[in-house]
Ligand binder design. Sequence first.
Ligand code: SF4
Length: 169
Amino acid sequence: MRKILLESLLRRPVTDRPPALDDAELTALAARIDVAARRHLGRSLAIREVDAGSCNGCELEINALQNAVYDLERFGLHFVASPRHADVLLVTGPVTKNMRIALERTYEAVPAPKWVIAAGDCAVSGGLFAGSYACVGPVAAVVPVSLEIPGCPPTPTELLRGLLTLLGS
Ligand code: SF4
């Protein structure tokens, strides 16, 4: 026990450093999203996240969109629990055979007009799991995809850039 305590005092933390609060790229991106969200959505876009079989790496980055640094809700973009309240499905992971029906039903439950974003290499192309016996394939093999955001995983900034593209700015 003493050894573990000593090690934890001496070792550097294993977590990454937090992003800088004065990140110029993030500030510029935030300003553009704010303008686009006001123009196209009246400051409201509801996003339903669907994990179709990911390793959860993409979810960690998506969760970061809601922290104090990225603060997605300041643009009126927010996550919802029900697909019936959603405008956008944000789908991660290769679609596993177990999740295929769930993804199809979730897509059907979203009222039109609706958009699907495939987030992460696995969602875009199957990524590491392409060709696996357990997977149907990328998201586009199951539901129509409006936008692809590659990366393994995509960073919160890349996700914001993708949402900006979806907003048509
Ligand atoms: S793209 Fe990378 S982080 Fe995202 S689900 Fe696939 S392996 Fe995991």
